[in-house]
Structure formats: C-alpha cells, structure tokens
Design a protein around this ligand. Structure first.
Ligand code: ACO
Length: 381
C-alpha cells in the first residue's frame, strides 16, 4: 500500500524548531533579528553588540559591552598550528572557504596549550574567524599575515588585518552594517546543518565546521562573487539586457536573484544597497553603484518575463557583492566574510538546539525495488 506520508524535497515549508533568534517573513519581506527589525539594528549596532544580543537576548550596557569586547579581542590569535595549515593550503592555492573549513576544525586546539571548553570555544570561533580569513587572504597573495590588534573593535580589526592600516570610520560602519545584516536568517542550510550536528550531542566546533561546508555551496553563500562578475561582464548599462538575456537563454541562473523564502525583495538587499550607496558616495565614485542599479532593474524585468508570477527578486547577495567590493575585498573573500558574521548566528542556534534538543532525524520515502535475491558473483553479468 502506498505511504500517506508527504515528501517535501528540500524540506520547503517545514518548521523543524522554534527560535527566538530571527524571524523571516518571506511574503511581507521582513526580517527581525532578536526582536529588532533589521532596518532598526543593522546600521546602528557594533558587531559585538549584535553578537551579545543574539547570544543573551538583550543589548549589553556599557560595562557588559566592554567586557564582552575584551573577551573576544583576547582570543583573536589562534594556535600556531592554524598558521601552518593555512600556509600549506596557500601553497596549493585552495579556495578561502576550504582553508577556513580546515582552520575552523583546528580551533579545537587551544591557543595557550589547554583545549578550549565550550564557553571558550564559542568566543574563540567568533574571534578567530576574521584572523583566519585575513591571514589566509594575505598568504594567498604571497604576503605575511598581520597580527590582530586587541585595541581595535572586531570589524575594524578585520579590515586592519586585511589591509595593514586602521580603517576609516565609514568603512568600519559599512562592514558592521553588513555583518549585522547577515548574522542570522532562520533555518537556512548552513544553520540547519549546524543544528543537525549539534542535535547528535556532538561538539560545537564540529557543528561550525559542518556549517562552513554548507555555506560554501553556490546556492547558499557562494553567489555574491558571480553576481559581481556579471556586473563587470556587463560593463555598461546598455549591454545589460543582451548579456542577461543570453544567460537566461543558456539556462543559467542570474546570481543575486531569487530566494527560497522571499517572494518579495529580500529586506537585506535594501539595507545593504543603502550602506553601499553611502560607502561609494564617501569615496566620491558612484559609477559602479549606478551600473549595478541598472543591471538590477533589467534583471528583475527579464526574470519576470522568464518566470512570470514566480516573483524572482533581488536577494542579499547582489548588494553584498557591491558593498564588499567597495571595501576592496576580492570576490574570493565574499563568502568567507559572510562566515565571519554568520558564525555568531550558527553558535546562537547551537545554544538553542542544546536547550531544546531532540535528535533531528527526518524520514525518507523509499522508492527503490524490494525483494531482490542474492546472486553469487560467478552467476552475475
Ligand atoms: N535566475 C534564473 N532563474 C531562476 C533563478 C535565477 N536567479 N532563481 C530561480 N530561477 C528559476 C529556476 O530555474 C526554476 O525554474 P524551473 O521551475 O523551470 O526549474 C524556478 O525559477 C524556481 O526556482 P527554484 O529553484 O525552485 O527556487 P529555489 O527556491 O530552489 O531556489 C535559489 C532559490 C537557489 C536561491 C535560486 O533562486 C537561485 O539559484 N538563485 C541564484 C543563486 C543565488 O543568488 N543564491 C543566493 C541565495 S541567498 C543566500 O543563500 C544567502
């Protein structure tokens, strides 16, 4: 008899847990982070404030914030073995996400000799991700890594380790807005991966390594690089339609558009578009920003023609690309910089999973044959 179970490929529309961390309303185009509408929080909070808020469900007061900032800042330098692995990875020119995945696993090694306990590990993960990414980016370019500066805030220190000079305030603000915007987003694939691992009562570092692996895929965190490549390939606004039509005709997806949950414009796209505009204006060069706007408008019109009624709209990745490019980050650093933020969200979800744990173990509907009979090797073929 056929099973009555409903199979939902991709688990679309299935709520697998309750969360207080973020609310994603795909129809209204609203994102709430720990109670704050994204637009209220992203452009105001420091990244440390956002992490504190997610983990403790309240904004810190000045004393709490200073203590939290210090706890993170003193854990930025990972164990020396991390640098050795990054050097080996750089010799093989591995992508940054692969290097980050390998190095994240090594954070089980405490920097000071003793293995970190859970409380130490969560801080160490958030603190060390920027150090790993920045060190590896420099190694890939044949340059020496720059040691973290504990006196700088988290976002400013990341830019300092990448470029070697304390960054301008508007660049720090742009990066913090980005980090706050992407810190958490419901049960996306990498967060779910982390929670599945955590639900087995495995350890936190394993959960984060799994999440990095999930984020690496182009359908999740790997889209902003290709989204920007498309803008560059187009080069000037009058070529937008021909280039984008060509891609759609070849069956390619337009990167930076479409979303599993949003059926309207991703609210993160607006926040990041505004932050990007401010950044490009501060640098007195808005050419690329304006071209991206033209490309976006053309893409939206063509996607409506291509999939009428499917509402394929701009997603977070399109303006992520523009913003991070404006901060002089190469495209290879876009997904890793996403991870620099999202690691805090993954950890918050790991806490939640621990607090309400039930092993995540869905079913699969078997559609293969049954009742096969074993044939000895000499009788096969
Ligand atoms: N360009 C062209 N066609 C598209 C696009 C796109 N960007 N997105 C969806 N479609 C088409 C699909 O080909 C599909 O057509 P079909 O029914 O003929 O097969 C139809 O629209 C429905 O798409 P789905 O694949 O069902 O949508 P899904 O919810 O699985 O996909 C996804 C969401 C993966 C993000 C998709 O829109 C996509 O591939 N976008 C481009 C990649 C991208 O920007 N990824 C970043 C997402 S944001 C994030 O994860 C942080």
């Amino acid at each position: 008899m056929a099973s009555e179970r409903i199979v939902r490929p991709g688990l679309e529309g299935v709520a697998a847990a309750e969360t207080r961390l973020s609310s994603v309303d795909g129809r209204a185009g609203e994102l709430v982070i720990a109670g704050f509408p994204l637009e209220e929080l992203a452009g105001r909070a420091t990244f440390e404030e956002t992490v504190y808020l997610l983990w403790r469900d309240a904004l810190p007061d000045a004393r709490e914030l200073e203590a939290f900032r210090r706890e993170l800042a003193e854990r930025r330098a990972p164990a020396p073995a991390v640098l050795e692995v990054l050097q080996a990875a750089a010799r093989q020119k591995l992508p940054v996400m692969d290097a980050l995945r390998m190095a994240a696993g090594l954070l089980s090694l405490g920097a000071g000799g003793a293995a970190p306990d859970d409380a130490d590990a969560v801080l160490r993960l958030v603190a060390a991700f920027p150090t790993i990414v920045a060190a590896y980016a420099r190694l890939l370019d044949g340059r020496a890594p720059i040691a973290p500066r504990p006196d700088l805030p988290h976002a400013a220190n990341y830019l300092y380790m990448l470029f070697g000079a304390p960054p301008l305030p508007e660049r720090v603000r742009a990066l913090e807005t980005y980090l706050n915007t992407v810190v958490d987003h419901g049960f996306n694939a990498s967060t779910f991966a982390a929670r599945v691992i955590m639900s087995t009562q495995s350890d936190l570092i394993s959960a984060i390594v799994g999440a990095v692996g999930a984020l690496k895929g182009p359908l999740h965190g790997g889209a902003p690089g290709p989204a920007l490549d498309t803008v560059f390939e187009i080069g000037s606004a009058e070529r937008a339609e021909a280039v984008l039509r060509g891609k759609l005709a070849r069956g390619e997806r337009l990167m930076g558009f479409g979303h599993r949950v949003y059926r309207v414009r991703d609210p993160r796209a607006d926040v990041l578009a505004e932050a990007a505009e401010r950044l490009y204006r501060a640098a007195a060069d808005t050419k690329l920003y304006e071209l991206a706007g033209r490309v976006e408008r053309t893409a939206l019109a063509l996607l409506e023609e291509h999939k009428p009624g499917r509402n394929l709209k701009t997603n977070v990745e399109f303006y992520t690309a523009l913003l991070l490019h404006g901060l002089d980050l190469p495209t290879g650093l876009f997904a890793p910089t996403f991870a620099v933020s999202r690691v805090a969200g993954w950890i918050a979800h790991c806490f939640e999973q621990q607090g309400q744990n039930r092993l995540i173990r869905p079913d699969a509907e078997y559609v293969g044959v049954k009742n096969r009979r074993w044939l000895p090797l000499e009788q096969r073929g």
